[in-house]
Design a binder for this molecule. Structure first.
Ligand code: HEC
Length: 384
């Protein structure tokens, strides 16, 4: 009898251990929810954090070219909202500028067949940069900004082209709200600049950062080319009409980035990981060694949780950061331009105030809503 019980216990334990080491999630067509939106919705309702991690893992699988990760093959916004407002054409990725590939040829380890990320953005939504600093940051990078980029999936891109809203002309001609298809995805990635400092690169690798090839353009038109370490990734999709909001970051970010206090303090996340994310992080970090130093901060649906931020992307305004509430104000008016989501001064409030609950529909009189897609703000007027 004793023996029988212990065998049952043993086989139960074995079953658990096995369940812990296999993840049945199917990455093959995850960007279209494997053609089964109902199943994806059921997974979302069962554990939105588990589904978020599965998406994150699928996005980090090798891409078709065997060199990049899947998410690196999404179309960057600078190839969608062109400077001259022209139709961006096909979804296929454009090659980097020739000056970038030429410079890359002289940098050890660079592969011109791999992606080169254009890290052109440094000012966050509040108009401020996040500074890299701390004793683990080499002198050459101290005080320099964290860089970021926006990316979109083919569904998102196709809809933008179909509606002609890749330029401001198209947005001002809108007569109805935008409504992206359910298979739309977007991402925003934050990066620590490494340049060509191999010692620093090794240190960041040891701290579990994913290293990629990148560049940015300087004011004089020249390009700086080097390596960069992925510190943050926002991933959103429209599985539900109000979109699903997920955000991941490297657990070591506070060693490399600082607040704008005087003197600066290590930058930490004040919104998570949420209680629901903590056990899911532990499970997936154990499953996927190459992602083991990344954590889900949380998944927000319909203002739940109320606040969600990434320490690298909503750095100074984490206490005001609701992904869905702020993106819910994405709207354009022919007369007044983009909706101003900075509520400071209103209701007698001081300082910067961002919406942390959906604004009433009456606030958008005269505006067409852009279906949460604030990247549309990057569109330019068409120029000959
Ligand atoms: C206070 C407003 C605000 C908050 C809060 C906010 N965002 Fe954004 N977000 C923006 C704006 C504005 C842009 C466009 C930025 C640019 O062009 O550089 C943007 C861009 C993005 C993009 C690129 C695609 C797109 O829709 O434009 C993603 C993805 C994104 N944010 C996700 C998130 C997530 C996830 C959160 C919460 C963890 C969040 N955002 C919090 C305002 C906000």
């Amino acid at each position: 009898m004793r023996r029988a019980i212990s065998l049952t216990v043993l086989s139960t334990l074995a079953g658990l251990a096995q369940a812990d080491n296999t993840n049945p999630f199917d990455c093959s067509n995850f960007l279209t929810f494997n053609g089964n939106q109902a199943q994806a919705l059921a997974q979302l309702n069962a554990s939105k954090e588990t589904l978020s991690w599965n998406w994150f893992n699928c996005l980090n699988q090798p891409a078709a070219n065997g060199l990049d990760r899947v998410w690196e093959t999404l179309k960057p916004s600078d190839q969608v909202y062109l400077a001259n407002g022209a139709n961006p054409g096909a979804y296929t990725l454009a090659p980097p500028p020739q000056a970038v590939t030429q410079a890359a040829a002289g940098i050890p380890g660079m592969n011109t067949q791999r992606a080169f990320h254009n890290l052109n953005a440094i000012l966050q939504v509040d108009g401020l940069p996040l500074e890299m600093d701390g004793k683990t940051v080499p002198a050459a990078q101290r005080g320099k900004p964290v860089r970021f980029q926006l990316l979109m999936s083919e569904s998102t891109f196709d809809y933008i082209v179909q509606k002609g809203v890749y330029n401001t002309n198209g947005q001002s001609a809108l007569t109805a709200n935008l409504d992206f298809p359910a298979t739309s995805w977007e991402a925003k990635a934050g990066w620590l600049w490494i340049g060509t400092d191999t010692t620093y690169q090794k240190q960041l690798e040891d701290d579990g950062y994913y290293i990629a090839q990148a560049y940015y353009q300087n004011d004089d038109g020249s390009y700086t080319v080097g390596y960069a370490a992925l510190s943050a990734l926002h991933v959103i999709n429209k599985l539900v009409p109000q979109w699903v909001w997920t955000t991941f970051e490297n657990v070591n970010n506070s060693k490399y980035t600082v607040t704008n206090a005087i003197p600066p303090k290590p930058m930490t996340n004040s919104t998570g990981p949420t209680a629901e994310a903590v056990p899911v992080n532990a499970q997936f970090q154990q499953w996927y060694g190459n992602l083991s130093r990344y954590e889900l901060i949380g998944t927000q649906i319909d203002s739940n949780p109320k606040l969600l931020a990434n320490s690298q992307l909503e750095s100074a305004f984490q206490s005001q950061s609701s992904c869905s509430a702020c993106h819910g104000t994405a709207a354009y008016s022919k007369d007044d331009g983009y909706f101003n989501f900075t509520l400071s001064g209103q209701d007698g409030k001081d300082g910067i105030v961002y919406p942390t609950a959906p604004l009433p529909e009456t606030a958008f009189k005269g505006y067409n809503k852009l279906d949460y897609v604030w990247s549309l703000k990057r569109a330019q007027w068409q120029r000959p």
